[in-house]
Design a protein around this ligand. Structure first.
Ligand code: 6CS
Ligand code: FE
Length: 303
């Protein structure tokens, strides 16, 4: 008789458990083996491996950008949707900050998450079929779009969604021009190879506050200073239609936007089908489905 035990997945990246922060070595490849063909060149993949991100200029056409921007306007003015918890408003106004799970709310974005220009690049990086762990639009409106403090997405997805390994990649499609002055994404290039283990315990229903302004799960200032000194800070400016592809563990953030020019992006997080979330590693219960999908059906392969 074999005893089937539901052994906990080993926690390779303990966080929100110790009283002191610590810097741990990454224990995962950045570019995984398994998919040799795809749109990325070898040079682009080695640049991604080194920096933790790469940018693809004009991956999306101006016509597509217009379609996506019209969808953003529709979603942000939908009074019924406004009551849905997938719509997050700014902490200091009732302006829409983010709308999550847009690939299920909108046919337009359902097509985007299945688009081979994104899916085939994600498969090249992750080495397997991929599914959508999370999708969202960030509006960052002019005259008050809020900041996103420094953080590693993986730290949250590991602690609160139960994502075991660093085998997910985000695609940020710029829907407006991203300038140095309107809250462009900032990434510490190379920081993806260090896991910052954070202090603090995950409160119940943490997402109800963290999506507005995250505190628990953000690194301490000494760790951030060390990473900034070691890696510097890249400001990822670009035009509408440009796409930034970045590793789940990049240390990143963005400033507030007091200019008249919105900085709106649609983010799609692809996870490897071999990296499905299990129990949260540092939370009492998993976050809702719209933040951490449990359906690992591969995208973009219906052909
Ligand atoms: O908690 C999350 O999943 C979200 N939070 C941030 C600040 N970035 C990643 C993700 O959208
Ligand atoms: Fe993030």
């Amino acid at each position: 008789m074999t005893l089937q035990m539901d052994l906990p997945t080993a926690d390779e990246y303990p966080t929100r458990k110790a009283l002191e922060p610590s810097l741990l070595y990454r224990r995962d490849p950045v570019v995984w083996p398994g998919v040799d063909e795809g749109p990325f060149s070898a040079e682009e993949l080695s640049g991604y491996d080194r920096r933790g991100y790469t940018q693809v200029q004009q991956m999306v056409t101006p016509q597509e950008v217009e379609t996506y921007r019209a969808e953003l306007r529709r979603l942000s003015t939908d009074t019924e949707l406004r009551e849905d918890e997938r719509v997050v408003v700014e902490p200091t106004s009732d302006e829409v900050r983010s709308v999550f799970e847009v690939h299920k709310i909108s046919d337009v974005f359902a097509r985007l998450v299945n688009d081979p220009r994104l899916v085939e690049r994600a498969r090249q990086i992750l080495g397997t079929d991929v599914y959508v762990h999370q999708s969202r639009v960030n509006y960052k409106p002019g005259f008050g779009g809020g900041s996103f403090y420094w953080h590693s997405d993986f730290e949250t997805w590991h602690a609160e969604d139960g994502m075991p390994r660093m085998r997910a990649v985000s695609f940020s499609v710029a829907l407006t021009d991203n300038y140095t002055h309107n809250g462009a994404l900032m990434i510490m290039p190379g920081s993806h190879k260090t896991f910052v283990s954070c202090v603090g315990q995950t409160p119940d229903d943490h997402y109800k506050s963290s999506l507005k302004s995250q505190h628990v799960g953000t690194p301490d200032q000494a760790s951030l200073t060390l990473l900034a000194e070691r890696h510097g800070i890249d400001v990822l400016t670009g035009s509408a239609g440009d796409v930034t592809v970045f590793d789940s563990n990049c240390m990143h953030g963005s400033g507030g936007n007091i200019t008249p020019y919105p900085r709106s992006n649609v983010f799609i997080v692809f996870n490897s089908v071999e990296n499905a979330p299990s129990k949260p590693f540092s939370a009492n219960s998993p976050r809702p489905e719209f933040l951490g999908a449990t359906d690992t059906t591969p995208v973009g392969r219906q052909s």
